[in-house]
Design a protein around this ligand. Structure first.
Ligand SMILES: Cc1cc2nc3c(=O)[nH]c(=O)nc-3n(C[C@H](O)[C@H](O)[C@H](O)COP(=O)(O)OP(=O)(O)OC[C@H]3O[C@@H](n4cnc5c(N)ncnc54)[C@H](O)[C@@H]3O)c2cc1C
Length: 373
């Protein structure tokens, strides 16, 4: 049924790659364009909770993922979000995850072009004609913008939403793993708002501290390694002593603002839709950003590959299945930032996280309870 169906995926990050793999598996023709000629992923580590791991399992790359995944330790107080085949949660070195996904996209038979993007998208009713920056054109049944929080596709289809700052920023480092770092560790409270670490391999971990956002020019003028050591100095414990001792190379340190975005329903215009961070992004206070994007990819691939035709009805059904769930994650993640910034806010962060995780575990409308994902 899908042999004649074609989808253009713009952006080969976690979400675009996952979508391309799933669509190819269903026999859909997929072109993927990625602006970065190296198709790389920046950053240190990523925490992947059960629902993210469930989609990675669904992609057929579980052996490779589990070989690089460090389990986060004994399950915490919150319910599992994945199925029986995946752990409660784990962490990975981001470039490892990207490498596995890129390999799977290539193997899927998707047509990948790097250093290229769409410069124009013309909706012609029963399809979209894309013009590319390499001078070529193509016609597709559906175009999916998975091009991240500053999505050009979002603007091209006339959605004006842009990210909002929360007032917080995060320093992250990929560092050698001190022997005492058996599992991940997390603390909320002063003097830094959040201090945490997660092992990403037997030898390394990623660690982070969250503080008030400062102007980028001010931060860029500093030695990133010395500055992260200074910000993390008050965090106590043997693990942190070891992490600080390995904060020596500015190239392994990343500074980012906590921002959020939630595009109003619908995330599509005609036959072009945005998903993942292009449609919704959140500060990582619940570690659910990529997880929500991976869920988007899974749901969209299933709907597109099972529908008689790709039309507004399919995209409206996608929104019905996704919007409230994603909104809950974005709003909770932002509320946690507010609680951190204002100790008098009256928000009980732990209770809020618990309620949100319970709702996520109980109520995925795309996966009715009892259904095997
Ligand atoms: C500090 C921080 C920590 C986080 N930690 C976690 C975590 O622990 N767990 C979790 O689940 N989530 C986490 N997240 C969220 C997670 O990183 C994102 O939700 C996820 O990366 C979004 O994936 P994406 O594919 O939608 O976008 P991206 O990862 O941004 O990928 C977009 C891709 O599109 C490409 N691109 C951009 N513009 C164009 C264009 N015009 N044309 C073609 N290609 C283009 C980019 O090069 C990139 O490859 C964190 C976010 C931040 C900021």
């Amino acid at each position: 049924m899908n042999a004649g169906r074609s989808v253009l995926v713009i952006g080969g990050g976690t979400v675009g790659n996952a979508l391309a793999i799933l669509l190819r598996r269903a026999g859909v023709r997929v072109d993927l364009v990625e602006l970065d000629p190296d198709w790389s992923a920046l950053g240190s580590g990523i925490t992947l909770q059960g629902n993210a791991l469930q989609v990675l399992h669904e992609l057929g790359i579980w052996d490779e993922v589990s070989a690089k995944l460090e389990a986060s330790g004994p399950p915490g107080p919150f319910p599992a979000l994945g199925g029986p085949h995946v752990p409660h949660s784990g962490a990975m070195y981001r470039p490892d995850l990207q490498e596995i996904l890129c390999r799977a996209v290539r193997a899927s038979g998707a047509d990948v072009r790097l250093g290229v993007t769409a410069s124009a998208l013309e909706d012609v009713g029963d399809g979209v004609v894309a013009t590319f920056t390499d001078g070529t054109t193509g016609r597709y049944d559906l175009v999916v913008g998975a091009d991240g929080i500053r999505s050009a596709v979002r603007r091209m289809i006339g959605i004006e939403a842009e990210p909002t700052a929360t007032g917080l920023a995060i320093w992250r480092v990929h560092a050698r793993r001190p022997a005492a770092a058996v599992h991940s560790g997390l603390a909320h409270g002063r003097p830094v708002y959040i201090a945490g670490y997660s092992p990403v391999s037997p030898t390394h971990l990623y660690a982070y501290v969250v503080e008030d956002a400062r102007p980028r020019a001010e931060v860029e003028a500093l030695d990133a390694a010395a500055e992260m050591r200074r910000v993390a100095a008050p965090v106590e414990g043997e693990v942190w002593e070891g992490i600080r001792a390995d904060m020596t190379d500015p190239a392994r340190i990343d500074y980012r603002y906590f921002e959020y975005l939630l595009v109003d329903d619908p995330w599509f215009r005609g036959r072009t839709i945005v998903i993942g961070d292009a449609a919704h992004a959140c500060p990582p206070t619940l570690a659910q950003g990529a997880a929500m994007g991976l869920e988007d990819a899974s749901v969209l691939a299933r709907l597109v590959s099972s529908a008689a035709q790709v039309d507004a009805g399919v995209l409206a059904e996608f929104m019905r299945l996704r919007f409230d769930r994603v909104r809950l994650v974005v709003e909770t993640s932002v509320q946690i930032c507010r609680a951190l910034l204002d100790p008098d806010s009256g928000i009980n962060t732990f209770a809020l996280m618990g309620q949100t995780m319970q709702t996520l575990a109980a109520g995925d409308p795309a996966r009715p309870q009892g259904a095997t994902p």
